[in-house]
Write a protein that binds this ligand. Structure first.
Ligand SMILES: [Zn+2]
Length: 275
């Protein structure tokens, strides 16, 4: 599953590829990618729309068209390619889901090996009301310590689960949540209600550091994920605890442990992150 830094990297690449280009045609190869709309109608609405901008809310990519917003969620394995010469390699051809012909002769192709990715077309003046976007909490870049404190102060859930909950704060996925709590020296199992304002402030601060670093390095490439065509992530070289079970903590040389919190594999240093 791509996390916020990967999606932001994809957004930046997409912006370079498609901004200010007009959609001249579209072809669908897997109908279940489209939510709440028949392809015939989708095609009718989207043709001749210009892509004025590519934005992002949480892990949703938003193609800002003239009259609509095309919302895309990559889920597990969704990938975009820009095809300039109409030549697809075998793998690109096998997993194609939908494509968009652009007025400069290039084609934006959406591929998805697992087919979990989704797209929906919303009216421009209504897209923020869409349920899936509305329920997203603010990203670490925008949330205040008071807001985070308010959201977790009565919770019996472990802090790891809370910062993964996209309605509390959006943008942190499993890898980055472990890295953030390690950087904060906060045990992932501590209950939300036991954290103070200062610790909320620290979580926000370290989330921003970790996400910015990951965005700068193009996200991580854990498993098969690649953003865009040729952007490879180097953040995985920066990971301190995620996937490091049994290795020495850089800070205190204790061995990193792995447990499960809210169903997700969770890595931490038992010495630096005391309960
Ligand atoms: Zn340690």
């Amino acid at each position: 599953m791509p996390e916020l830094p990967e999606v932001e990297t994809v957004r930046r690449v997409l912006e370079l590829w498609v901004k200010n280009k007009r959609i001249s045609d579209t072809h669908l190869y897997y109908s279940r990618v489209l939510e709440d709309i028949e392809f015939t109608l989708f095609k009718e609405k989207i043709i001749n729309q210009k892509i004025n901008d590519v934005q992002r809310i949480g892990k949703y990519l938003l193609f800002m068209l003239d009259d609509y917003v095309l919302v895309s969620h990559l889920r597990m394995e969704g990938k975009y390619y820009l095809i300039k010469d109409n030549i697809l390699d075998e793998k690109m051809d096998k997993y194609k889901i939908i494509d968009f012909s652009l007025d400069d002769g290039s084609t934006l192709l959406y591929n998805d090996v697992r087919k979990f990715g989704k797209m929906k077309l919303l009216k421009k003046d209504e897209y923020l009301k869409d349920v899936s976007l509305k329920k997203l909490g603010k990203e670490p870049f925008y949330i205040s310590k008071e807001e985070l404190f308010e959201k977790i102060k009565n919770s019996n859930k472990p802090i790891k689960e809370l910062i993964l909950d996209q309605s509390v704060m959006s943008g942190l996925g499993n890898i980055y949540a472990d890295e953030v709590l390690y950087a904060c020296k906060i045990n992932p199992l501590r209950k939300g209600k036991n954290l103070n304002m200062e610790e909320c402030s620290l979580i926000i601060e370290k989330s921003i550091v970790v996400l910015n670093k990951a965005i700068e390095l193009g996200g991580s490439t854990i498993r098969s994920y690649h953003s865009g065509n040729k952007v490879d992530g180097r953040f995985q070289n920066e990971l301190k605890v995620y996937g490091k079970k049994g290795e020495k903590c850089e800070n205190c040389a204790s061995l990193i442990e792995k447990t499960v919190v809210g169903g997700r594999g969770t890595h931490y240093c038992p010495n630096c992150q005391k309960y």
